[in-house]
Design a protein around this ligand. Structure first.
Ligand code: 13P
Ligand code: SF4
Length: 305
């Protein structure tokens, strides 16, 4: 029996569902029951009735599933699958900032730990950040954490001043503007599309900016035939499947490396998915006092978007 067959059998035996982010390996995307961006995955986790949710993504995503659906068992194939954005926001430092600046209304990008979510007023993702900021109280200053790139883009689009936590995504900060310009010269017909976690000098070249799902939709619906895609390379798998015949050129990283592959996302493998389903672990555990706090800000996001 190959890994695919084993996974299908184990899912049935354990009444498990596999939720996968677009940045997962193509094999994992192909065996998943649901693929989506961060917001869609949070919604799928919230409505799941499966006994076991296997989250093929990174730790903060699996934690989000547990926060929204605490009676389900949530497992992550590799517990080390973290996120540079989440790591840039240690809870003690965040608590200290809040203590010193209680006047701030805190909007946190979903790419943060449960402890940070519990200290936030509302959560956002890259697909609803503009809406969440527009709904945030007008009479209070906003702290946007932890992604300074997404935060700066949101400020520009909404015209709302915000204090920005200085975190960033190691993958979306890897793109080289100089190489991007060279690539555009070689492919003048190609449109640049980018995720808002990219730096300003890359976003500046983009014809369209959006979450992973929005980028996928844009490629499917656009009459254009060629795109330079500035985000993690895993999304290209669904773009190739859903928009066959379109030319998809990954945006070039600074060095000659595969740095536009997220090293955290790619820790999950098909073998680890099999093992996680067989053993029922590693399991995500969120202390109840933290979960309750994080649930408030996450549910507020769901209501506002
Ligand atoms: P979205 O899924 O909201 O596009 O975010 C991308 C990302 O970096 C997830 O880690
Ligand atoms: Fe975090 Fe960036 Fe990887 Fe997404 S792509 S999980 S933001 S490090």
């Amino acid at each position: 029996m190959d890994s695919f067959e084993k996974i299908v059998q184990l899912k049935r035996e354990k009444n498990a569902v596999i939720l996968a982010h677009y940045y997962q390996d193509p094999d994992i995307q192909d065996v998943a029951d649901f693929i989506g961006d961060s917001l869609e995955l949070a919604r799928a986790a919230q409505r799941s009735t499966a006994d076991v949710i296997l989250f093929a993504g990174v730790h903060f995503m699996a934690e989000g599933a547990k926060i929204l659906n605490p009676t389900r068992k949530v497992i992550l194939p590799d517990l080390r699958a973290g996120c540079s954005l989440s790591d840039s926001c240690p809870p003690e430092k965040f608590a200290e900032f809040k203590r010193k600046h209680p006047e701030y209304f805190v909007v946190s990008y979903i790419n943060c730990s449960a402890a940070i979510k519990a200290m936030s007023d509302v959560i956002c993702t890259s697909s609803n950040a503009l809406k969440i900021i527009e709904k945030s109280p007008k009479d209070r200053p906003i702290l946007f954490a932890p992604d300074r790139n997404l935060g700066r883009w949101v400020m520009e689009k909404t015209g709302r001043e915000m204090a920005l936590w200085q975190g960033s995504c190691i993958v979306h900060e890897t793109f080289s503007e100089r190489k991007m310009i060279d690539l555009q010269t070689q492919h003048p017909e190609a449109e640049v599309i980018a995720h808002p976690e990219c730096e300003e000098n890359i976003l500046h070249h983009a014809k369209f900016i959006g979450s992973t799902s929005a980028l996928l939709k844009y490629v499917i619906e656009s009459p254009k035939k060629s795109f330079i895609v500035a985000t993690e390379a895993g999304i290209l798998h669904q773009m190739r499947k859903k928009a066959p015949g379109k030319e998809l050129i990954p945006a070039p990283p600074n060095q000659n490396c595969a740095c536009n592959d997220c090293p955290f996302m790619k820790l999950n493998t098909l073998d680890k998915v099999v093992r996680a389903l067989e053993t029922g672990g590693p399991e995500i555990v969120v202390p109840e006092n933290v979960r309750e706090g994080a649930e408030i800000s996450l549910k507020r996001m769901m209501e506002w978007s």
